[in-house]
Design a binder for this molecule. Structure first.
Ligand SMILES: CC(C)(COP(=O)(O)OP(=O)(O)OC[C@H]1O[C@@H](n2cnc3c(N)ncnc32)[C@H](O)[C@@H]1OP(=O)(O)O)[C@@H](O)C(=O)NCCC(=O)NCCS
Length: 350
């Protein structure tokens, strides 16, 4: 039996920080409301396209695994905010990394994109199509944000996380997952005006309109992630109390707490970084796992449960058996271009 061990991990957070107080200068909101209703304190705003964040995160994951770019056989890029639809975004990462031997594909399932990408890469390694892969979850959601709508503008941020996966004979990496979608509710979380169906120049003409039924999304997020977790646990014959760490999608602290309660798992088994980044959509779960490893929360052979949720409305849960290594084998010298603007300057129209 072949498994897909995660042997490299990396993240890239753009440096410009948008605080709750910054948002209060633009919108009728305040730090107290955002903190108590969501758990968020600040988020990042990117000064570069999503492929640049993804390339830096991928280069860090490669260095962490002690691999060269030319070793890579597959790049899967999970996102909703691709710089362009054709050519795909994974090919841009291939070019920037110099990973000339890699096949390249994009995956879009909104906030769960990084986790769905992890499933695709794991399956392709397990089935022998490739021996290794880079998986990326990256998002520059600030480019499609309606900065006049307080219902959504306070909730999101930009970032990227990446993993290097390689074939392994030991049981490790993703050992079970459950994926699904509440397609009948797809309209309750949508960016209207974006895509070929709508006016071609909606982005340019500032005609994007977010449909966002927060309370309905909240309920579906909890039920989707709960059922995905239950299915994964049943499939792998593991009890919730055997889980060492839950690394969930970070859309709202109250969603995370409700889910943990349903799973009967204490808060100290749940990794939380929502206060630093808000919801980075496809990048959220990957960055959270990278930070959980960096902070020593993931130990050799840990069982890690990763529930996620996003537009679609897609939901998922992945059960990971971590391998032996939790330290990096190397560091990358690939860096983002410097940023000379504040987050508020970056989101203000020219
Ligand atoms: C969006 C969300 C934080 C809103 O929290 P909530 O407790 O449901 O808040 P409500 O929508 O009921 O709004 C409560 C009040 O706060 C107000 N409010 C909404 N956004 C606000 C903001 N940014 N600042 C201040 N007040 C705000 C509302 O207008 C409402 O006022 P009213 O009572 O006078 O009508 C919450 O529903 C949520 O997290 N939903 C899921 C979102 C999600 O997960 N999205 C991503 C999926 S990947």
């Amino acid at each position: 039996m072949r498994y897909a061990n995660i042997t490299g991990w990396g993240k890239c957070l753009p440096p410009a920080i948008l605080s709750n107080d910054d948002l209060a200068t633009l919108l009728d909101t305040n730090d107290e409301w955002i903190t108590t209703r969501t758990g968020m304190k600040e988020r990042r705003i990117s000064h570069v396209p999503v492929s640049s964040l993804a390339t830096v995160a991928a280069a860090r994951a490669l260095a962490c695994a002690g691999k060269q770019a030319t070793d890579v056989e597959l790049i899967i890029f999970g996102s909703t905010t691709f710089d362009e639809m054709c050519p795909n975004a994974a090919s841009n990462v291939q070019k920037q990394l110099g990973a000339a031997n890699a096949a390249c594909m994009d995956v879009n399932t909104a906030c769960t994109s990084g986790m769905y990408a992890l499933t695709v890469a794991t399956a392709m390694i397990k089935s022998g199509v490739v021996n290794n892969a880079i998986v990326i979850g990256a998002e520059v959601i600030s480019t499609v944000m309606d900065w006049s709508n307080r219902n959504v503008a306070v909730l999101f941020g930009d970032g990227a996380g990446a993993f290097y996966l390689q074939a392994d004979a030991q049981e490790c990496g993703v050992i079970a997952e459950s994926l699904g979608c509440y397609g009948e509710s797809r309209e309750i979380l949508a960016v209207n005006g974006w895509g070929l169906k709508e006016a071609k120049n909606a982005v340019i003409n500032n005609q994007l309109h977010w449909a966002f039924e927060g309370q309905e999304i909240f309920k579906k997020a909890v039920s989707g992630m709960d059922q995905a977790c239950q299915k994964v646990l049943a499939k792998s014959e593991i009890n919730a109390d055997q889980i060492d760490l839950v690394v969930p999608h970070q859309a709202n602290l109250r969603i995370i707490d409700t889910l943990a309660k349903r799973l009967k798992l204490p808060r100290d088994k749940v990794f939380i970084n929502i206060q630093r980044y808000g919801n980075m959509s496809a990048a959220t779960a990957p960055v959270a796992l990278v930070e959980a490893i960096e902070e020593g929360r993931v130990k050799p052979n840990s069982l890690v449960l990763m529930p996620a949720f996003g537009g679609g409305l897609t939901w998922s849960a992945h059960l990971l058996r971590w391998g032996e290594r939790t330290h990096s084998l190397g560091e990358s010298d690939v860096e983002l271009a410097p940023c000379n603007k504040t987050a508020l300057e970056l989101i203000r129209p020219n």
